[in-house]
Design a protein around this ligand. Sequence first.
Ligand code: BGC
Length: 763
Amino acid sequence: MKKAFSLLLGTILLAGACCPKAATTRAIPQDKEIERKIDSVMKKLTLVEKIGQMGQINADMLLLPGSTEFSPFAEVVLRKYKVGSILNTLHGTASTPEVYREFIGKIQKISLEETGIPCLYGLDQIHGASYTTGATLFPQELALAASFNDDLAYEMGRICAYETRACNVPWVFTPTLDLSRNQCWPRMWESYGEDPYVQARMGVQQTLGLQGPDPNHIDAEHVAVSIKHFMAYGASISGQDRTPAMVSKRELKEKYFVPFKACIEAGALTLMVNSSSNDGEMLHASKELLTGWAKESTGWDGMIVTDWADIRNLWERDHVAADYKDALRLAINAGVDMIMEPYDCKAFDLLRELVEEGKVPESRIDDACRRVLRVKFRLGLFDDPYGLKGDYSRFACEEFRQTAYQAALESEVLLKNEDNILPLSKDTRILLVGPNADVMRPLGGGWNYSWQGDAANDPQFTGQYNTIREALEQKFAKVTYVPVLEYDPAGDFQAEKKGNMAKALAASVACDVIVACIGENSYCETVGNINDLTLSRNQIEMVQTLAKTGKPVVLVLGEGRPRIVREIEPLAKAVVDVILPGNYGGDALAALLCGEENFSAKLPFTYPKYTNRLNTYDYKLSENRTTMGGLYNYDATIEAQWSFGQGLSYTTFEYSNMKADKTEFKAGDVINLSVDVTNTGKRAGKEPVLLFSSDLTASVTPEARRLRDFTKIELQAGETKTVSFSLKAEDLAFVGHDLEWTLEPGEFRLAIGNQSLMLNCVE
Ligand code: BGC
């Protein structure tokens, strides 16, 4: 048994108990002037007004149906209950900046009349300002993760912030930091994939891009983030949305907490809670996790908001409270600061009663209210509630659009290219088929002009962008599109309608290659639940039928999660997974397929081959072992369709000469590593370089490998670059059974590409 020594990693060392120690330093140093201003506002507030600051109501409740006129209920919300926050787009679809400005202006006027405190308006601006008409939309997070280029996450944040603030909206519910550990989960595409390190790196850059350099003083071009959903939401056992997870505290700390902690330390101002439960514990009722881990262990003075109606859910859905009032008691005492109760104001009366009855201490209300006010001051809302100080003339400018296009180029993953069938010469005669070929909706995914993304097929939102068909037609001389199979707009996202296969078969005679654009239509949250991860039977049969023509098939997968394609992958010469690349996804694909641009993405998740083998790349060694001798074979195999980190290019890269500056290390050391990467092909290309570690023996069963760092480089044909990584010894630590970060002496293998070396950890 190896002897372990514990590490003080940041501030989350656990003292042999389940609760992290309180931090001695603050995640964001406070601005004394802001704190003084909060004090002076707080002194004037009544209990009703403080509770009002903790409230958040859905925008549509303030409006008459189909109109931008205020409903009578708006008066109740803003004047009687003095609710301090409103969320959502109007009437379910994206609005222009002008409409938001007018609507929010009216809210601000009443809020300022009532309390002198501006309203904090929040929007789900995911992958760009996705609820704003005309804004610049990027690939969804899962696709962006495939770029392994965190500069692009920063840029997505920066541009999203600018275009959101152009609407006078100062707050966005992004980035999503859920580790997507079950590929069936319908929200997989909203996050940066299955790995905590990728999630943390990309999430931190997106946070910095959104909030700007100083979280205490956010300027008129930046917004506050809400990192979400704290935590283990993506580890749903069933794979259905908003269903329980079963992650140990040990693993929560080692993996799930990591991106949240990293973003809190990078200045994230607010956090949204996981709607569901973990190990029978509702996150919304967990004082240990909300107050202990999120706030105290990091010294974080930010604000915690619930997810949609989730205090009510403690009672009605999950039955940990006997009634609504008790649910409120649990959540507010656990550390919730803002109640996203979209439809009514009952919660605010009940919370007042709870304070009067002594069941929620007034000090908790004061703390929550201060946290809400702090966000408003940090955003400068008191100085500029109408958003008049910024210059938004660069809204959707060419620079922004080029950046989104670049992000799409770097996000589309080439998974197979037999006989180098790709790139296709521009005179290739293409037969184009499949439900994703000539619609915008599957390029964007959910949170895309509407919650379910269905509004993306409306030309008022996407008329200026190219579908895959339109984009291919601009690059290739002869594209014949036959709608053999289409999504049926009359049904749900899985509904399909069959077209004319005979026509496609006839057209195949005069084609050189069949490009089949398959995958999923857009969906979001629970609506996207599925019973079977396998690609739809119609789509499988379509590919099988067309493959019988003998013409080479290129599969283009467009999907929010890896739908199983085992039956048709062998029929294809090439496979590209565009994931959800956004409005420029069709253009990027066309430029990549014709070879004007080169592929440079790698999978940020494990692409499963079988529905009952949903693994992640950091599996335990016993999950994948060869036959053992004797009569009884304890074998097990990991058999993915494509592995985490897999992705091809039109050029080839060779790794050589991996070196470390030491052969032994101890806690506190930095290990400097380098490797040479050479472009051995005939054209320039970008390559994500990934550093993995494997702990050979550990008291907690070690994973096969863990990603520890990455960078993306560009190499001309024939060029060699030396890539260096500085790895801290504690980056190799794990959380032990005692819930402490631990580094055990023994051997570690570090690997980059096909290179590896062994290092010995000593005491
Ligand atoms: C989702 C959140 C979202 C919120 C507000 C919820 O249903 O789970 O991700 O931010 O609604 O729209």
